[in-house]
Ligand binder design. Sequence first.
Ligand code: PEP
Ligand code: MG
Length: 574
Amino acid sequence: MIVIKGVAASPGIAIGKAHTVEPEEIVVSRIEILPENVRQEIKRFKAALDATYRDLDQAESKVLKMLGKEHAKLIDTHRLILSDPLITKDVARRIAEERVNAEFALSEALERINQAFEKIQDEFFRERRHDLFDVGKRLLSHLLKHEKKSLADARAPAILVARNLLPSDTLNLKDSSVLGFVTDLGGKSSHTAILAQSMKIPAVVGLADASHRIKTGDELILDGDQGLIIIHPSPEAVAKYQKARLDSLKEDQALDELRGVPAVTADGHKLKMMVNLDTIEELKAVAGLKPDGIGLFRTEYLFLNRTAQPGEEEQAKAYSQAAKLFDPLPVVIRTADIGGDRVAHLGFETPKNEANPFLGLRGIRLFLRHSDLLKTQFRAIMRASLHGKVRVMLPMVCALRELQSARRVFTQAAQELLGEGVQLPKKIELGIMVEVPAAALMLDALLAEADFVSVGTNDLIQYVLAVDRVNEEVAHLYDPFHPAVLRLLREIVETVHRRGKTVSVCGEMASDPKAAPLLVGLGVDTLSVSSRMYLRIKQIVRRLSMEKAREAVRLAAGQADSEAVRRALLSIEA
Ligand code: PEP
Ligand code: MG
């Protein structure tokens, strides 16, 4: 039995067999072919081409079923690439003339096409390179007899083991038979972890070299609450965890009765408790929790795993669905926060190869660079406001001028729609996320122009403490209880209240059973919680004494290190 400790990314217990995922990189070596083997090598290449065509046919029917005709067109682009003479003719020629293996000939051909793509001025066409890589990788996988394992491919229910999963990979696990996943890389507040929670997939990340130590078929226990995995568990350990899983299922059921019950502390202090929505598919389940609204709709997931951006119609449909279902409760729609670990492959310049992606072209910075995208998203959200109460929120705001620039685009979008005869409500609120220390420190100035604020503690912590939220090497330093975080949060709450406004927290601190009482004690008015933790946090809030929480936070704020902060907060539960 081997126990490896990692980072608890998404709660829950999974017991089952491992299914390992190959690393993405495919290494190709140059092998010389004897003249008498050339024909055979070309035949092998043709067979791989045929197999890739078959893959595309299968992918097409899947995409058609799941996403519709528009997206299925992408497959045609892939077929076009496959039938290009630069692939069909050039590879065979290279095999024959240079007497090299098919893999090498193909990778050379791909490199030439890639160089040609790089010279294209038009950004949209240049970006089609990603399709080329995609097709090239499929073809190479067939040659190398690598089964290109789709992440969701595990036939029997299994625990996925990978070096790393990006948020876009995690989205692919939807509807799969994956019981949970474990990765070598990653941190607790990475977007991959957050998505896993909302998709109710138990996960442990930051396990260093676990993917090398586990083979497909190994028995595994994944404990997403404690953040550990057990390889080759003993029968006793399996029995213990089976019982724990049943107990926790029962506990979840017991929480059901808290749906729709107000979030009031034991001494009568009323809070608003909203929920975070990550993907539109979760909408119904999230509404079933009967929250006070959606406090954060992460719209970037509409933009991932595709090569064309979602148009106004598609966006308006998604936002309207949420607005309608929640009406008259508010739905806070955040403009897409692309960048950092959320890499999109859209037909416009997106950040690539940045040395520090979390300090790069991300969130509102990217959308102000491409203000047409921002305007399209604003228009779509405004159209949704005809169906319910929506608010618009900007991610990663650092300076007043960013808010002002965004507001100009906002006003333009509204004027266009009014000009087109759309009867917009008198006012649609435009607010900001406070997730960068600069915004927290300049909040009084920002509040003059922001209609509301919501604190994104996931990013705020990473930027205050200079700890990358997806880097497992520093995961132990990512600390919501660091006194610097506490003081900054206190400052934010006081500043907002001085202005007579309310403050919400939509980062993971609001979903953390230990940190949520701290936020309540600080005087935060609204908690926007992940769907997975929503009822559990409500139970905690209802058992809290506001008076005790306030006192404990006052004590904690005077401490110099996080251990002392944690100790001071213990008195909340006393
Ligand atoms: C945050 O940073 O706390 C937040 C809610 O935004 P995201 O996790 O999507 O970056
Ligand atoms: Mg954020």
